[in-house]
Design a protein around this ligand. Structure first.
Ligand SMILES: [Zn+2]
Ligand SMILES: [Zn+2]
Length: 134
């Protein structure tokens, strides 16, 4: 049962974390590290280049996050986070939430990767269809 959709309490916990100073600092460091590793920062869905100003970070894994009596610890590995435009991020969450298989039976990382791949296939299909019409 551990992979099933978590109760609302868990979302509240994550939402509080995502407004913490520990997360803001972790987020800033991710963008610096990504820039350093890859030379540029791209949206994982549409692949357009962006920056900390127009990209959000999506958690592939919340394992590094914990609450202690002294505050939050933000020990996500670099690979546990991925950059997305706010709009692209929304699409990924919508697809995961709507798809029972993605939301209930696989890890968050697998669900996210599958959702992004499916959305990219849709985008490619849409582009091909619109080129055919010209
Ligand atoms: Zn995008
Ligand atoms: Zn997300």
């Amino acid at each position: 049962m551990s992979n099933h959709r978590r109760p609302a309490r868990d979302n509240t916990y994550r939402n509080r974390y995502l407004h913490s100073g520990a997360w803001y600092a972790r987020r800033d460091r991710w963008f610096l590290d990504e820039q350093h590793r890859n030379g540029d920062i791209r949206c994982a869905l549409c692949l357009a280049a962006g920056s900390a100003r127009n990209l959000e970070l999506h958690h592939l894994d919340y394992r590094g996050v914990a609450q202690t009596p002294y505050g939050w610890t933000a020990h996500e590995r670099h690979e546990d986070l991925t950059a997305l435009h706010p709009r692209c991020h929304e699409y990924v969450h919508l697809l995961i939430d709507r798809d029972r298989a993605l939301s209930g039976f696989v890890s968050r990382r697998t669900a996210s990767i599958q959702a992004i791949a499916r959305l990219q296939a849709k985008i490619a299909h849409y582009i091909e269809a619109s080129l055919d019409q010209q």
